[in-house]
Design a protein around this ligand. Structure first.
Ligand code: UTP
Length: 295
């Protein structure tokens, strides 16, 4: 048995990116030449995923449209002599099936994952957050590794983690590792702790594999003070029940680009734009000149 299904939650309100996200999904913001969610879907396809369920919400139809075939646009490009742009739509041909479920009220990531229950049924599945890219313009094999670890060890869940600087600790779920190996047992995890309370600097990095037991845990998870059902709290419940939860340390090549706030969005955009084979060098020169003028 292998894991062929992934759930991509994209229903969040993205309030930290207002006003950019008032009427468009943060998952459709461009990073370099592509919207964030296209990187996520391409990564999943490269890692052997065959079907994707997007958990969507209000104002998210542009995500559905982005992955549809656009025959009219293709015809237009052909008829107007712009054939050189056709490769830009090549991603439409990915060998994937798309499904959509609606999260009717934004009650947190745990609640969003719960919307996938009828899709994944009794099978394990991948969760990939739609607002986070792994790796800079290079395919990340982290999802494949997570799947392999799941298959070999039969845990309740496997989570990708990465080391973060102390100032970023209060923005993420942080795990307490059992040891310092690449694949390790998670002893505890806390959502957005203070630096003092954090059990480590290992942050949950937007990719997971779950067994169906996560649904029972989410159903028993109480909302946080903000009314959101946190996926981290549900995983903690799995630990309390004595279930095995494993972590995978991401390599620096699989670095996570989080598009959840303006600081990290700007940094991600800049890094991807600078690494663009066509325009990167030009941009580098432009930035150097501007920095010189500023001095
Ligand atoms: P975030 O934790 O960044 O939450 O979501 P958010 O609501 O989108 O953003 P802020 O905090 O208001 O700025 C991480 C991922 O989980 C999805 C988001 O779409 C994003 O891809 N998500 C979050 C949901 O699908 N549903 C939710 O209720 C919350």
């Amino acid at each position: 048995m292998d894991i062929k299904s992934a759930v991509v939650p994209v229903a969040g309100l993205g309030t930290r990116l207002l006003p950019a996200t008032k009427s468009q999904p943060k998952e459709m913001l461009p990073v370099g030449k592509k919207p964030v969610v296209q990187y996520v879907v391409e990564e999943l396809e490269a890692n052997g995923i065959k079907q994707i369920l997007f958990v969507t919400g209000k104002s998210k139809t542009s995500i559905e449209n982005h992955f549809d075939f656009d025959h009219e646009l293709t015809r237009h490009l052909r008829e107007t002599g712009k054939e050189e742009l056709l490769p830009e739509l090549e991603y439409e041909r990915m060998r994937l099936q798309f499904f959509f479920a609606r999260q009717r009220k934004q009650k947190g990531l745990g609640d969003a994952v719960m919307c996938a229950q009828h899709f994944t049924k009794d099978s394990p599945f991948v969760v990939a957050l739609g607002d986070s890219i792994l790796g800079l313009n290079a395919p990340s094999w982290a999802v494949k590794k997570l799947v392999d670890i799941y298959m070999q060890n039969g845990p309740a869940c496997v989570i990708a983690v990465e080391e973060v600087d102390p100032e970023k600790i209060p923005s993420y779920g942080i795990v307490q590792p059992g040891d310092d190996r690449e694949v390790f047992r998670i002893l505890d995890l806390v959502e957005k702790p203070s630096v003092e309370q954090a059990p480590s600097n290992l942050a949950i990095a937007a990719r997971y594999v779950f067994s169906p037991s996560i649904y029972g845990a989410i159903a028993q998870t109480l909302p946080d003070p903000g009314g959101e059902i946190q996926l981290t709290d549900a995983i903690r419940l799995l630990l309390e029940k004595g279930e095995k939860v494993l972590g995978l340390r991401l390599s620096s090549q699989d670095r996570r680009y989080d598009i959840g706030n303006f600081q990290s969005y700007f940094e991600a955009f800049l890094e991807f734009a600078l690494s663009d084979p066509e325009l990167g060098n030009q941009l580098r020169r432009y930035i150097r000149e501007h920095l010189r003028e500023d001095c």
